[in-house]
Design a protein around this ligand. Structure first.
Ligand SMILES: C[S@@+](CC[C@H](N)C(=O)[O-])C[C@H]1O[C@@H](n2cnc3c(N)ncnc32)[C@H](O)[C@@H]1O
Length: 303
């Protein structure tokens, strides 16, 4: 299911893992909640399979949520505005590299409109959103590319819109506020910033989350009988990243194959990376059935 429509590469996107994660979700979902939605890869994947009636997208990064909202609710508007920003780079003097920094300055001065956010994402290094401690977008530009062409944005935005328009609630608050309003029959998918980068000076995301707060929020979901899935760090070769979630949360932990580590390949090693998926107690039976068929398939494939 790699043909999930998407606007731009977003660092940490779960687009390529979506089909594996979806196996552990119910077929019919009333309300699907992503409190750390990023570019909403899982929501789009679920919508493509028409598995949920309603969706809730939240991310602390407000311009990112506004971008998703415009893509979903008024894709033509996003295309028209992005087309202007993207084409402006070729008329820019002395050369179009300066255009990225011009838009970045405008964004940091408060013009965080969806087209500017999208252009910065489309042109910045590795689609990695980075903010300074003052909250200013400080990621540099990838000089090798011109950024996703407006026609590709239009095609993808129209597709995403056809799947989600009129079915989404949006917000830009801390994930805990979203969990507070979740109901018993909702399904929550959480993909928080990686522990490896959260509490370091590397501002890969606009905010890190505190491990103990996160664990206590999950505990609260369990007490309220709400089901969830969490992507939470992983393993490359023999090295594990991040602290496991505690056993008393009674989650089933599954390792999903995320492919070859680019870092290891660069160093001449061949290590496979795995990403952990934690599945709540209530969804675990489904998880175990799928895990068994997965192991069976792996055995038959001679792995
Ligand atoms: C790993 S990314 C999510 C990627 C997403 N699953 C996708 O496929 O695009 C984590 C996201 O969490 C957001 N975030 C960080 N701290 C947050 C918080 N306290 N509450 C809500 N969102 C937060 C970041 O802005 C970032 O977009």
């Amino acid at each position: 299911m790699n043909n999930i429509p998407h606007l731009v590469q977003y660092q940490g996107s779960k687009r390529l893992l979506a089909s594996q994660i979806l196996k552990y979700m119910p077929n019919k979902i009333k309300n699907f909640i992503e409190p750390f939605c990023g570019m909403a890869a899982l929501t789009i994947a679920i919508a493509k399979q028409r598995r949920a009636e309603h969706y809730y997208l939240n991310d602390l990064n407000a311009p990112l949520v506004n971008l998703l909202k415009e893509a979903i609710e008024t894709p033509e508007q996003l295309y028209n505005d992005y087309n202007l920003v993207w084409n402006e780079q070729f008329s820019f003097s002395p050369d179009h590299i300066h255009h990225f920094y011009h838009i970045r300055r405008k964004f940091n001065d408060g013009d965080t409109c969806p087209a500017n956010m999208l252009y910065l994402l489309a042109r910045c290094v590795k689609g990695a959103v980075r903010y300074s401690s003052e909250g200013l977008f400080n990621q540099g530009m990838d000089k090798r590319r011109n950024g996703t062409k407006p026609d590709a944005i239009k095609q993808n935005a129209v597709m995403i819109s056809s799947l989600l328009k009129g079915r989404v609630t949006y917000s830009s608050v801390d994930y805990r506020e979203v969990l507070d309003v979740a109901q018993t029959d909702d399904i929550i998918y959480m993909d928080p910033p990686y522990q490896g980068v959260s509490n370091t000076r590397d501002c890969r995301y606009i905010a890190g989350i505190n491990y103990d707060d996160f664990v206590s929020s999950i505990d609260d979901l369990n007490k309220r009988g709400i089901n969830f899935l969490i992507s939470y760090d992983g393993k490359c070769g023999d090295t594990s990243y991040g602290r496991d979630l505690p056993d008393y949360l009674e989650c089933t932990k599954i390792l999903l194959k995320a492919g070859k580590s680019t870092q290891a390949t660069f160093l001449g090693e061949s290590k496979v990376t795995y990403e952990a998926l934690y599945i709540s107690r209530g969804l675990s039976n489904l998880a175990l059935q799928n895990q068994e068929s997965f192991l069976f398939e792996e055995m038959n494939n001679g792995c």
